[in-house]
Design a protein around this ligand. Sequence first.
Ligand SMILES: NC(=O)c1ccc[n+]([C@@H]2O[C@H](COP(=O)([O-])OP(=O)(O)OC[C@H]3O[C@@H](n4cnc5c(N)ncnc54)[C@H](OP(=O)(O)O)[C@@H]3O)[C@@H](O)[C@H]2O)c1
Length: 264
Amino acid sequence: MAARLAVIGCGKMGQAIIGGLRDNPDVDVVAVTTRRQHVAERLATELDVNALTDNRVAVAGADVVLLSVKPQIAKQVLQELGPALEGKLLVSICAGVTTAQLHALAPGASIVRAMPNTPSLIREGMTVLTGGPGATDAQLALCESLFASVGRVAVLEEKHFDVVTALSGSGPAFACVILESLADGGVRMGLPRDVAVELAAQTMQGAARLVLQTGRHPAALKDEVTTPAGCTIAGLLTMEDGRIRSILARTIEEAAKVASGLGQ
Ligand SMILES: NC(=O)c1ccc[n+]([C@@H]2O[C@H](COP(=O)([O-])OP(=O)(O)OC[C@H]3O[C@@H](n4cnc5c(N)ncnc54)[C@H](OP(=O)(O)O)[C@@H]3O)[C@@H](O)[C@H]2O)c1
């Protein structure tokens, strides 16, 4: 039988996730909530779901509760729900909120923590999961199925969640800056903007898929397109002059440091 899912705080991420769940026989979205009535009405029309502004009513009819409000209000929402979460599976995507914090606020629930990202909207997401207090293997497997509907899934220890939040959670923003910069170079050299963006986006997608599908090291794939005395090595050395590797690696380091404080 399909697990009955309620999405508490159906904003950008909540909508991205339920968009991918339509064909998943393991999960039935029974209710979503939002704070404002007019938003609930829009969601009901656009997503064809039971959209409410009362979290308790939504949770009452569910086996699985996906918490996707902003981290700062997670505590308040869980405190208001209180005993309504007893016996449910609570899946939180709130950045920086630990399974220990979730367990303290919802002691009667099984806890799974997840970190998805925005490409979930087009089923190209990357979600990392970790099982918390009370979570069974079957519940973790259900979560894997749920998030596999919107992309790839990995299960990791919770100690990695701050860096995961930085690398794959915030990562789409970093990738877009790189993509935009490559396109700017194309525009500088005379390409129309729309063509430059298409070329940059498809090239980044192609390179990323090549890494994932072949399992080969990115450095080996880079070497294959680097002809001696050619244009690629000229471009690569310019990137190195700009310390691009350490800038990008330190971007993840800094974002992970901030992520570690988000749930406080
Ligand atoms: N965006 C990302 O890239 C990303 C990636 C990974 C994880 N996350 C995590 O996902 C969570 C949601 O982020 P988001 O970007 O989807 O935020 P968002 O678009 O602002 O969505 C938050 C939703 O929560 C609703 N809400 C606020 N107070 C509520 C309450 N008391 N009861 C029920 N619903 C309430 C809001 O409703 P109204 O619109 O009516 O105010 C809104 O629909 C965050 O915890 C974030 O850390 C985000």
